[in-house]
Design a protein around this ligand. Structure first.
Ligand code: ZN
Ligand code: ZN
Length: 134
């Protein structure tokens, strides 16, 4: 966990912007095929409780259902991939892509998940925990 200051972030063009007011957990790196095909590499995101999350601009926000009960939020103008959300999740979390936060983010790497589905052109070169699912 890192400091509780408000963190801000946005997509590249600024059409989608948000604020997070809480501690933020470590970054989860997901190597699954759905994350690869929607982000272009692997997904690096932090799960935020919705009550601590505020969308401050959603002018260009679109949602894509990447699998049953999962939707991903992206900017229709710059193509930035911002959010991941499980629908019907009573704990109401939204995962926010770590690269969308303005620096200094105060974020740190946590763990790698779905490592069995990673692509073949890179190796995971750090010492963070690695799990086959999540
Ligand atoms: Zn954008
Ligand atoms: Zn994934």
């Amino acid at each position: 966990m890192s400091n509780p200051d408000t963190r801000k972030g946005s997509c590249h063009c600024g059409g989608v912007a948000f604020e997070v007011r809480s501690d933020v957990p470590d970054v989860t790196f997901c190597h699954c095929v759905d994350c690869r095909k929607t982000t272009g590499h692997f997904h690096a995101a932090v799960g935020i409780k919705e009550k601590n999350f505020k969308l401050t601009k959603d002018e260009t926000l679109k949602w894509y259902a990447s699998s049953e009960n999962v939707r991903r939020g992206f900017c229709e103008r710059c193509g930035g991939n911002l959010f991941y959300q499980r629908e019907g999740n009573e704990t109401s979390y939204i995962a926010v892509q770590a690269g969308m936060f303005d620096v200094p983010t105060g974020l740190t790497g946590g763990r790698h998940i779905f490592v069995g589905e990673k692509s073949d052109y890179y190796e995971i070169g750090d010492d963070l925990p690695k799990v086959d699912r999540w």
